[in-house]
Write a protein that binds this ligand. Structure first.
Ligand code: CA
Length: 229
């Protein structure tokens, strides 16, 4: 589900946009203050920002400029004045689209969908995009070496990360503890196959809802482990 951040101080407009976007299954957050909105755009994880121009504390021009320094997600700028559109274009802020109030909410939804689709095509073909493994609620970002469960980041040690990633990359394949130990740990590292058991336990505590009934890493008694897909 794509996440949309609306930075808009007119609550009635923001709520209307939100209602229409939610009908199309978007996850929507509203922020009425410019500074807080900018913080959410940069530190949160929105897939697209709908940005009003006139806002308390920091205006839309500045917010768009700051977002562009760090992110290339689509930004749709919204203004009450037609003249502002020319100004936005003239400033070359890098906004992807402009709309003048009042606009029809369904027109906004159509543009949101079009920009997200275009952006996904762009990112999909980007060779520098992070390599991600996604299985049900589990997301492993191999490039950033980060793990998320239902969007919440879990902290992994290096070996836990390597072990989980190796298993997830080879689903439905049973590995013995010896095989896993040889794959993940250096030949000369101190430890034995019990290390594998300990690490599997720690990984399960982080990713499983119920560790006694694991949904991801299955124990094959007397043999080893298998990643279920
Ligand atoms: Ca405003």
């Amino acid at each position: 589900m794509s996440k949309i951040l609306i930075i808009e101080d007119e609550q009635a407009i923001a709520e209307l946009e939100k209602d229409y976007l939610e009908l199309s299954d978007f996850e929507v957050t509203i922020e009425g203050d410019g500074e807080k909105g900018l913080k959410k755009a940069l530190e949160g994880d929105p897939d697209l920002v709908i940005l009003d121009l006139m806002l308390p504390s920091v205006d839309g021009f500045e917010i768009c400029k700051e977002i562009r320094k760090k992110k290339d997600i689509p930004v749709i700028m919204v203004s009450a004045k037609k003249d502002d559109i020319d100004k936005i274009r003239g400033l070359g802020l890098g906004a992807d689209d402009y709309m003048t109030k009042p606009f029809s909410p369904s027109e906004l939804v159509a543009r949101v969908k079009a920009h997200l689709a275009r952006y996904e095509r762009l990112v999909g073909s980007n060779p520098n995009a992070n390599e991600i493994i996604e299985i049900r609620g589990l997301k492993i970002d191999k490039t950033a070496r980060r793990v998320y469960i239902d969007g919440e980041e879990k902290v992994f040690t290096n070996k836990e990360f390597d072990l989980l990633t190796f298993l997830a990359q080879n689903p439905n394949h049973v590995f013995t503890k010896e095989e896993l130990f040889r794959k993940i740990w250096d030949m000369d590292s101190i430890g034995d196959i019990a290390t594998v058991t300990v690490h599997i336990k720690k990984i399960r505590e982080k990713i499983e809802f119920d560790t006694s009934n694991p949904q991801y890493i299955e124990t094959i008694w007397g043999v080893g482990y298998r990643f279920k897909i």
